[in-house]
Design a protein around this ligand. Structure first.
Ligand SMILES: [Zn+2]
Length: 166
């Protein structure tokens, strides 16, 4: 049982305030080995296996509900919008995985570079601690991804994707 039948939970008039792709950074291997982390339950109907989470808010409901596509469609009374949002996330995930396959050029100083819009995205090692990596582009540098310091090349590339894909 989810909260569809719970008193005080409106059925209509919700709006989506954000989307989460729980498998955003997951590759094929992750989907085999740590599948459990990549899906959650719909809070509205308790259906399992939700990877694309719609964050729903309502003026008469405190906080937000994390739901799947079918419930989102009912809650906002729109059957196209939620599907479109999921499609956007699916495409983004595909672009991200393709981006990870790009060949970066390794420089003799240990940096990795990728040309983008006439400039270079550069992955560098921290001067202070070699174990930390940063992504530098157009005067800005990123050292944190998902609230954690970047410690491996794959994570650095995931961080670089946010620069590349916007
Ligand atoms: Zn649901």
């Amino acid at each position: 049982m989810g909260v569809w039948d719970k008193e005080g939970v409106p059925h209509k008039g919700w709006r989506c305030v954000g989307m989460v792709d729980l498998g955003e950074d997951a590759d094929d291997m992750d989907f085999n080995t740590r599948k459990d982390e990549l899906y959650e339950k719909c809070e509205m109907c308790n259906q399992e296996g939700v990877r694309y989470v719609h964050l729903m808010q309502h003026p008469e409901y405190q906080g937000e509900l994390r739901v799947g596509c079918i419930c989102a469609a009912k809650m906002e009374e729109d059957y196209d919008l939620p599907r479109q949002r999921e499609k956007n996330l699916k495409n983004r995930h595909m672009r991200k995985m393709n981006f990870l396959k790009k060949e970066w050029e390794q420089r003799t100083n240990g940096n990795y570079v990728l040309k983008y819009k006439g400039k270079y995205i550069t992955i560098i090692h921290s001067k202070f601690n070699k174990k930390f990596l940063g992504v530098v582009y157009d005067g800005t540098s990123i050292w944190v991804y998902n609230h954690k310091k970047i410690c491996d090349l794959r994570t650095a590339k995931l961080a670089a994707f946010d620069i590349y894909d916007n």
